[in-house]
Design a protein around this ligand. Structure first.
Ligand code: NDP
Length: 301
């Protein structure tokens, strides 16, 4: 980590603030310390940190006298995880070995973002207590992170979510919504999978839920996504519908025809009953998420 020019008195660090979710968290936690790795954040509270570098990681936590950590960093490219399993574990699981030790010593707190991919996808509508049986390296590495946290005895919230999307590019890449939106806007044909179901989650709504979980010091595992179980194909139809794009541009395909390196769960949709009961920030439907995005984009144009 680069040497900071001043010592911050704040004690919350958001690790992975340059990501799709992290970039929304920055807006809601203006006083935190932020870290990025390869995608520079232009902010006076932002520092470069490679979480695979154990020494730098612990140095940074000590340097800023960190008490609370919101950890969103991950190798989220599911196929890349399958090709480079060592790297997947190094980024997605190993840092928690050191972080939990640090937090235990100072009685600190961790909010970790986990995934619907810890489930096999055979059942769908997964609740917090359901059996985790990941079917790819990404899911297994995220499950290992959960296990390290669960065994550590620290104060934690593990927030499992599904298919994060937003209007912003992050870490130099597009996301599923933006890819559909940009292609349909330019009248380009796209192929969407009709037999893979999940609960797509708008990054800004998830960020607000995290803010509430942080403020109210809610602990335990909590699922937070959209309320729906929806296929990639139907997600595309909703985008087309709400933005008035030509639906005929959307062509159907199936999981078996995708040239993926890693297996995907067939139905990793999440059950949000706990979040609905506990939080003031309620999960919403995919239609409401996309309408919200339409509002953002109209405001932008
Ligand atoms: P992104 O892929 O958008 O961002 C990943 C973040 O991790 C970036 O800030 C990136 O930094 C950082 N990162 C990657 N490698 C390193 C490293 N070696 N050292 C430090 N930082 C690193 O992820 P999302 O915002 O989409 O995901 C946030 C969390 O939610 C993740 O934990 C993910 O597992 C989980 N999740 C994501 C889902 C999704 O659909 N995206 C679905 C379910 C859960 P930089 O870009 O600067 O290199």
């Amino acid at each position: 980590m680069e040497e900071p020019c001043e010592v911050h008195m704040r004690n919350l660090i958001i690790i992975g603030a340059s990501g799709l979710l992290g970039s929304e968290l920055i807006k809601l936690f203006p006083d935190a310390i932020y870290t990025y790795n390869s995608t520079e954040i232009k902010n006076k509270n932002a520092y470069r940190l490679d979480i695979t570098d154990q020494e730098s990681l612990i140095f940074s936590l000590k340097k800023f006298d960190i008490r609370d950590i919101i950890f969103t960093s991950a190798l989220t490219d599911v196929d890349k995880c399958e090709i480079y399993p060592d790297l997947a574990y190094k980024i997605n699981a190993d840092p928690f070995k050191y972080i939990t030790k640090y937090l235990k010593r100072i009685n600190g707190r961790l909010i970790q973002i986990s995934t619907d991919y810890v489930f096999s996808g055979e059942q769908g509508n997964y609740s917090e207590e359901d059996l985790r049986e990941p079917i790819n390296v990404y899911g297994r590495s995220k499950k290992e992170a959960e296990d390290i946290i669960l065994d550590s005895g620290i104060e934690y919230a593990i927030i499992r979510t599904s298919g994060i999307f937003g209007i912003n590019r992050a870490t130099g890449k597009t996301n599923f919504f933006l890819w559909i939106y940009n292609n349909l806007k330019e009248n380009k044909e796209i192929y969407l999978v009709r037999d893979q179901y999940y609960s797509p989650t708008l990054n800004s709504i998830l960020a607000r839920a995290i803010r509430e979980i942080y403020d109210r010091e809610i602990s335990g595992i909590i699922h937070f996504s959209s309320l729906d179980k929806i296929s990639r194909l139907n997600f595309g139809y909703i985008v087309a519908d709400i933005f008035g794009f030509d639906k005929n541009l959307i062509k159907e395909t199936e999981m078996k025809d995708m040239k993926w390196k890693a297996k995907r769960p067939k139905d990793s949709s999440l059950n949000n009953e706990k979040a609905k009961r506990l939080l003031n920030e309620k999960p919403v439907s995919v239609i409401d998420e996309i309408k919200l995005i339409r509002g953002f984009l109209n405001g932008k144009d």
